[in-house]
Design a binder for this molecule. Structure first.
Ligand SMILES: Cc1ncc(C[n+]2csc(CCOP(=O)(O)OP(=O)(O)O)c2C)c(N)n1
Ligand code: SF4
Ligand SMILES: [Mg+2]
Length: 329
């Protein structure tokens, strides 16, 4: 199987933890595994606007916090707008000589509900205006913090508390909204998907996205054992399976060029992945075949985009990663 080039030697990873242990996330929470890696890649020179959701709730029970970088809890709707304001404010302060010129990463972090649904307008506007910021969606495929309600990023057939399966319903009746493609269609300089099951790939993409001039978007699959009703030691495996069966392709759109970073060659069947999760356990063989057809078609479409948009650009270089890790604190 063709994988993202392993260019991050573990020794390159800074030992500091900017998302500290001791937070309140469930065992095996993919969101917090992702955050820990993301903050290792950003280093301390970063300001984060975090929409309400699991990440915010589990990390900031007053008077404690798991964040060792400047962090602002914002409303569900406006993570991107707040991050855009921070970026514009920093720019103005530096221009007026009120603070030294230096690179400070500006991040917005939100769940799939806060991104695909309720915060979408602010996100679209910030990307369109060209703010130099990185927006990260931690996609656990439902509104988990408030009790596993379906979002527009919930996959077809999944049973949630507001799309329960039963005699008249398969569960979620709509296909997962394709946020990565919607963001790529904004024509931003960098869009990528990632998953903490591929830590080197996730790390490289955060570094790359922060080095890009202008807006960047990262869509991270975050397995949620509680909402997916799966064993908590399956988090990393399920992330890998989703990439290798095409349900969550790991790819990037770098200056308009599509690059598939995890290409399994022949896609693995989705059946085993679905059978490991309680939210899909009611699906019949016919249902699984129906979903499989669509997944295969979508992945072929992605392959065509990669072939159509030209030669692959090099991934983040080791020099860029070292440079990012050496930024003054
Ligand atoms: C305007 C508004 N509506 C509803 C809520 C309640 N609420 C808080 S977190 C949340 C779910 C968040 O879902 P998501 O963004 O997917 O993040 P997750 O918890 O899954 O990580 C909801 C509905 C709110 N805080 N504000
Ligand atoms: S409900 Fe899911 S996303 Fe939220 S803390 Fe638990 S495992 Fe993480
Ligand atoms: Mg969610």
């Amino acid at each position: 199987m063709k994988r993202a080039k392993q260019i991050v030697d573990p020794r390159l990873l800074i030992p500091d933890e900017y998302f500290s242990p001791g937070h309140r996330a469930c065992q095996g929470c993919g969101e917090t595994i992702a955050l820990r890696l993301i903050l290792k890649a950003t280093g301390p020179n970063v300001i984060i606007a975090n929409a309400t959701g699991c990440t915010e709730i589990v990390s900031s029970p007053l008077p404690q916090t798991a964040w060792r970088v400047p962090w602002i809890h914002v409303a569900f709707e406006n993570a991107a707008a707040v991050a855009a304001g921070i970026e514009a404010g920093l720019k103005a302060m530096m221009r007026k000589g009120r603070m030294p010129e230096r690179k400070i990463g500006v991040l917005a972090v939100a769940g799939d509900g806060g991104t695909a649904d309720i915060g979408f307008q602010a996100l679209s506007g910030a990307m369109e205006r060209g703010h130099d910021m990185l927006y990260i969606c931690l996609d656990n495929e439902a509104y988990m913090n408030t009790g596993i309600q379906r979002s527009s990023s919930t996959p077809y057939g999944a049973s949630t508390t507001t799309s329960p399966h039963g005699t008249v319903s398969i569960g979620q009746k709509t296909w997962k909204k394709d946020l990565p493609e919607i963001m790529a269609a904004h024509g931003i300089p960098y869009m990528a998907t990632a998953c903490p099951s591929f830590p080197d790939d996730l790390y490289c993409k955060v570094v790359k996205a922060l080095n890009v001039e202008g807006p960047a978007y990262l869509h991270v699959l975050a397995v949620c054992p509680t909402g997916w009703r799966c064993a908590s030691d399956l988090t990393i495996l399920l992330g890998r399976m989703a990439a290798e069966n095409g349900l969550f392709p790991i790819y990037e759109v770098d200056a308009g060029r599509y690059i598939i970073n995890v290409d399994p060659g022949e896609l693995k069947p989705i059946k085993e992945y679905l059978s490991l999760q309680g939210r899909f356990r009611h699906l019949t063989d016919q249902d699984v075949d129906f979903i499989q057809t669509r997944v295969t078609e979508r992945f072929e479409r992605l392959r065509k985009m990669a072939a159509l948009t030209g030669p692959q650009s090099p991934h983040t270089t080791e020099a860029e990663i070292s440079q990012a890790n050496q930024q003054p604190s």
